[in-house]
Design a protein around this ligand. Sequence first.
Ligand code: S3P
Length: 436
Amino acid sequence: MHDVSLSSQIRVIAPARGIGGSVQLPGDKSISHRYALLAALASGTTRLTNFSTGADPWSSLRCGEALGATVVKTDDGTVEVTGTGGLFHAPGTPLDCGNSGSTMRMLAGLLAAQSGTFTLVGDASLSRRPMERVRKPLNAMGAEITLTDSHAPVAIAGRPLRAIDYTTPVPSAQVKTAVLFAGLQAAGTTKLRESIRTRDHSELALQAFGAEVDRTLDGASIRGGQSLSGIDATVPGDLSSAAFFLCATLLFPGSSLIFDQLSMNPTRAALLDVCTALGGRLGVLNLDEQHGELVGTVQMHAPEYGMRGAKIAGALSAQIIDELPVLAAIAPYTRDGITIRDASELRVKESDRIALVASNLRAMGATVEEFEDGLAVAGGQQLHGAQIDAGGDHRIAMAFAIAALRASGDTEIHGAESAAISFPEFFTLLDAVAQR
Ligand code: S3P
């Protein structure tokens, strides 16, 4: 049943005629988390410009504060973190990770080696997400981590750690990060291998804060006992937030949109390939590198005769896992449809994203086939406005605001406030670039 909760904030999205102008996205969520957590552990002060405005990276900052770091937001929006010089203090009360799986999993890696006991808690959604995937390698390194039925709360008794050689069983940058963050503090050299290459922000951030990380095509290794020093950095614009606007642009022949200072990290940029496969034309200007992270100005032009279609599977599904909901949401407007497979991880994100995308597309009148590991959405379908249930999931709220732009009639997004988890400015920016 398509059950829409009535207690949450509703945003009404009217159809648009096109998209135009330029946008400057807040700092990338993944990079902001890593800078926040490493800054809290490092010696000295880290100054972060364009830090994410999303609630999730602020959960990382607040946890860092509870562990002894000082966090100051200056008048010009810069976030200054003065770190603990490698020694967290145990706060005695639970560390609240909110809705943020990144905070919980990556912080577990840092805390595993610290002396004291720590408890990580989260909201109802986070408390349903799998945590065994971090418990297993960290316990193998000598930490004592206890879960409740494989879920949060995550109780950590920090211990001196020993290095391991670990192959991640699921492609997960968060698990990779937990192991590397623990390895930074372990005796010996920790090796992390992955069969599908996930985002490499942790490797780059560790290097930026002064650690040596050896990288290979299938992983990374880190020697324990290295210390970190604070940095000055500008966080590149968030490509996963840009995804909503890239897809919105593709919907309207003749539209184009410019993205300033956008993250162009190659391990994140596969979405741009998919946009191009759908028929979008892409221009990249002013490529630059900051602390190993690529940044550029991107212009996306919509395909002249409408979007083609795409089959997304294998490693590609893992690489664009956060962008799959919005791609599925625009799929009915393609010519050949979009099929997504090998994406069962979508079922254990902030919501079961496969089920929610399917039920919301159906509410808008689309025909959708649902698989355990993905979806097939036929092309050539016209959607109508409907009541959308965001299910407390930021990416579902935003994905369907984009689908709504080409529907006939208005669409109500119920639970629109959840966009603030990663992108509080989303609805304001959408109003600014949507031509009506
Ligand atoms: C993230 C990794 C991905 C992604 C999440 C952010 C990160 O999760 O879905 O939004 O910053 O490392 P997994 O590590 O669970 O795949």
